[in-house]
Design a protein around this ligand. Structure first.
Ligand SMILES: [Mg+2]
Length: 311
């Protein structure tokens, strides 16, 4: 690879600040899990930093691949933590699913391997769906298979995060997808959830991979790093310009790639999925895709940005 093409990640410091970093953007695209909070717990310093950015006139957009909540529920969570924003400042993959189906003038029913975040957004968009929730493995699953009935109205399968994932759900999703006309949509492909604990928590990407494997089909993925989320933001904020945004995230193959692929400057924080060692590995990488995984800047945590903000 041409060495001139290689990207490097710099720690945000006084000299970068002096060169006008804070004036280089007016929109902050902020990932949530692993940046602002871990589940119910805010990450120390993150809330205060977002408040300070807002106070200096930056427009904050919360952009999450997590489909477990509708936008109103995220807004409630933000408000509980004292984060500024209105519903149009929240962009979630649950919303993107409804917007995508609406754009396709979808008139049939959706089979959702996911949660109420998605179905709530579908209902708001007037799109019919089958219920979500537990669909446990029957005691005698061999007998259950010939009795399984499919709803002939289903015309789309949506796969997101579903903590009730089960054999019957995988069977149904894959069976609906036998019809090549059935739309196949993935909210996102995040393999895991960030956690403070020494655990690996499966994310929606795990279930997407399972349904793709069993159905032999490839889902249309709406979440970061794909541009669809930016298009949805632009619909609500027509003045947004990629050159005047910064994307803040904890994950390289979603948040950072979302920025690097679409011309948005990127800031990695080390409170979630990826480490600085991961970045250094990609800096040494020989593939061009490795370059897309290298953020412009990093900070240990979002709270470390606050010292540079004078309001
Ligand atoms: Mg995250």
């Amino acid at each position: 690879m041409d060495l001139k093409m290689r990207r490097t990640c710099k720690k945000l410091d006084d000299s970068i600040m002096a060169s006008g970093f804070l004036d280089s953007f007016d929109y902050v695209l902020c990932d949530c899990d692993g940046v602002l909070w871990h589940g119910p717990n805010p990450i120390p310093g993150s809330i205060e930093t977002v408040q300070a950015l807002h106070k200096m006139g930056k427009h904050i957009i919360y952009i999450t691949n997590n489909s477990t909540k509708a936008r109103e529920e995220y807004l409630e969570k933000c408000a509980k933590f004292g984060l500024p924003g209105k519903v149009e400042d929240i962009m979630s993959t649950s919303y993107c699913v409804a917007a995508y189906l609406k754009s396709k003038h979808f008139q049939r029913k959706v089979y959702v391997l996911g949660s109420t975040g998605i179905t709530f957004e579908l209902q708001k968009a007037g799109i019919d769906h089958l219920p979500v929730g537990p669909d446990p493995v029957p005691e005698d699953w061999v007998k259950w298979i010939p009795e399984l009935k499919l709803d002939p109205e289903v015309g789309a399968v949506v796969v997101g995060f579903d903590h009730y994932i089960s054999y019957p759900k995988l069977t149904k999703a894959a069976s609906y997808l036998r019809d090549p006309e059935t739309l196949f949509i993935a909210t996102n492909r995040d393999e895991q959830f960030p956690t403070e604990r020494n655990l690996t928590i499966p994310g929606a990407g795990t279930f997407v991979a399972a349904v793709e494997t069993v159905s032999g089909r490839t889902a249309v993925s709406l979440g970061k790093p794909h541009k669809y989320m930016f298009d949805c933001i632009k619909e609500m904020h027509p003045d947004i310009d990629v050159n005047k945004c910064v994307m803040i995230g904890d994950r390289l193959n979603t948040d950072i790639m979302f920025g690097t692929k679409h011309g948005i400057k990127t800031l990695l924080v080390l409170t979630g999925i990826n480490s600085l060692e991961d970045v250094h590995e990609y800096e040494k990488g020989s593939q061009e895709t490795d370059q897309l995984l290298i953020p412009d800047y990093y900070l240990t945590c979002l709270g470390d940005l606050q010292q540079f903000i004078k309001v």
